[in-house]
Design a protein around this ligand. Structure first.
Ligand code: NG1
Ligand code: MG
Length: 546
């Protein structure tokens, strides 16, 4: 799958719905959105942009260490209908509603109220007399939880990329959002929002057609940058999965040495079931002690490790754990260390660095304080002066911690990276020798399940991104017959993913719904909102109205 591939722009509804699969009623949602748009804005939308959520099968918290991951897009998605706004200049609202690039954003969900905003252009340099020249924009987004921030995040990236230093203004836009990805659930509603918004603004400004149209890889990169605008220093897994997924396969996504996405078929006989723990974790709010702190711990761990392995690292360079491995392998054999690195090759390198990883335990660290390093000890392990350290590792993110567990975080990342490669190898080997059915087929599914269970243990014990509810729900899922079960996404709440024998999905869901206490009393649609089977679905696209 190439990052150069064009983003699908459908002009025919039959083709669109065929691409989306048949297990959800897509036609009803798309029609309803278009009709609501017309009611609210008095005209048909010009485009609807779609971006799906994703479930991560395995490979948690390793994308920002640049290790490969194995997610799949799900059928649940975010849709954004857009059209240019045409306001008579004499209308009382002409000033705000006519400002270049102003946006009226509405959401079908009544909880999210109507928002009007216009990005402020920066002052023009004195020597520019071109009337429409835009020097740049004020694109800061307040770090608080507001639904329209995700719309702005996508939009502002488009402004920066396509309307800066340009002699053309973005047009005023009306838009309407609807979503079926539960928020704060680890199914990446945030990335789906940001991708859909980026895509909607690209489409409405004519950037998806013509010779220099934006390709899939570029949309992934823009969306990654755009998600940072809402304050999360995420890796690229969610955006890549949302943009590049194909039906019926999980997607092996690598980031090092560059972004690649290879569809990987799951062995037959098993289905993915997502189950929400009903503990909502909002990453934008808990990043200081959760997500962003983990980004810092894994990055500093990588530097300390590189240092003890005598790998040169530039002062300002934020080397990752994947790059440490890459550089070690390159010394010996260039071919083995890149995107195609095998499970065996990684296992071999990890064996070589085992001692150095152990050495990340600080002298003051003990079993009791879980090998936590104080800030002072961490600075020393990094080999940087304190001011430099703060500048490189702490100036771009807020963290709130007294101890930093470099050893445990690195241990998780490396073991998880290896599990991803082992999981993928089992899938590829099965696809290459499809005779492995019956008992053999089940044996493979059990091995895949075991890797998922080991991932859950590592997330819980070493990366500490699980929680009581996720531990309980994954345990109950295994008892209910899953081959394997683990948290999916950032963790600390949100969803689990389980690999369940195809013939047992209904009884599995029934058992879990009877045993997981927070599900007591839920039935019908309310139950299928929180626990549902899903299949790998297709990536982002746009529909263009005539
Ligand atoms: P969630 O919280 O599920 O959106 C986050 C990151 C991913 C990845 C996972 C953990 C964002 C947008 N996504 O996913 O890049 O690091 O956590 O594996 O921050
Ligand atoms: Mg998210």
């Amino acid at each position: 799958m190439s990052a150069q591939e064009a983003i699908p722009v459908f002009t025919n509804l039959t083709d669109l719905y065929a691409s989306l699969g048949t297990s959800l009623n897509h036609a009803e949602r798309w029609n309803n959105l278009a009709e609501e748009f017309e009611k609210r804005f008095g005209k048909q939308p010009t485009y609807i942009a779609r971006a799906p959520g994703r479930v991560n099968l395995i490979g948690e918290h390793i994308d920002y260490a640049l290790f490969g991951v194995l997610p799949a897009a799900i059928e649940r998605d975010i849709l954004i209908a857009v059209a240019p706004r045409d306001v008579p200049p004499s209308s009382p609202t002409a000033e705000t509603h006519h400002a270049p690039g102003s946006v009226i954003a509405e959401n079908l969900h009544p909880k999210y109220t109507r928002q009007v905003f216009a990005p402020a252009p920066k002052a023009k340099p004195a020597n520019v007399d071109d009337e429409v020249h835009v020097e740049g924009w004020h694109l800061e987004i307040p770090q608080e939880l507001r639904w329209e921030n995700y719309v702005k995040a996508g939009y502002y990236g488009v402004l920066e990329e396509h309307f800066t230093g340009a002699a053309v203004h973005p047009i005023p836009v009306d838009l309407l959002v609807t979503g079926s990805v539960p928020a704060g659930s680890g199914l990446s509603s945030s990335a789906a929002m940001v991708v859909a918004s980026t895509l909607a603004f690209l489409a409405i400004n004519g950037k998806l057609e013509g010779a220099d149209k934006v390709a899939k890889g570029e949309l992934v990169k823009m969306s990654m940058e755009n998600e940072k605008r809402v304050g999360v220093n995420s890796g690229g897994m969610d955006q890549a999965a949302s943009v590049m997924s194909v039906p019926s396969s999980v997607l092996y996504i690598t980031f090092y040495p560059s972004l690649t996405a290879s569809p990987t078929p799951l062995p037959p006989g098993a289905v993915l079931v997502c189950a929400h723990s009903l503990k909502v974790s909002d990453k934008a709010l808990t990043a200081k002690r959760g997500y962003n702190l983990r980004v810092v711990e894994t990055l500093v761990g990588a530097r300390a490790l590189a240092r003890s392995l005598n790998i040169p690292v530039g002062t300002r360079e934020k080397i990752t754990l994947r790059e440490v491995v890459g550089r070690l392998v390159e010394e010996a054999d260039v071919g083995k260390g890149g995107a195609g690195m095998s499970a065996d090759a990684l296992a071999e390198v990890l064996e070589r660095v085992r001692g150095a990883v152990e050495a990340l335990k600080p002298p003051g660290g003990t079993e009791a304080n879980e090998f936590g390093a104080t800030l002072e000890e961490m600075v020393r392990l990094s080999g940087l002066g304190e001011a430099e350290f703060r500048e490189v590792y702490l100036s771009w993110v807020e963290v709130d911690a007294t101890h930093f567990k470099l050893y445990k975080r690195a241990k998780h990342v490396y073991s998880e990276a290896l599990r991803v490669l082992q999981f993928r190898k089992l899938c590829l080997d099965t696809a290459a020798a499809p005779a492995a059915e019956g008992a053999d087929g089940v044996a493979v599914l059990k091995q895949l399940g075991q890797l998922m269970n080991d991932s859950q243990t590592s997330c819980a014990d070493d990366f500490e991104c699980s929680c009581e509810e996720l531990d309980e729900l994954t345990r109950l899922a295994r008892e209910a017959g899953a081959y394997g079960s683990r948290l999916t996404g950032a963790g600390w709440g949100g969803c689990t993913v389980s690999l369940v024998p195809e013939a047992e999905v209904a009884s599995f869901i029934k058992k879990v719904s009877e045993t997981y206490a927070p599900y007591k009393g839920l039935e019908g649609e309310a139950l299928s909102e929180v626990i549902f089977a899903t299949r790998p679905s297709t990536g982002a696209c746009v529909y263009k109205f005539d």
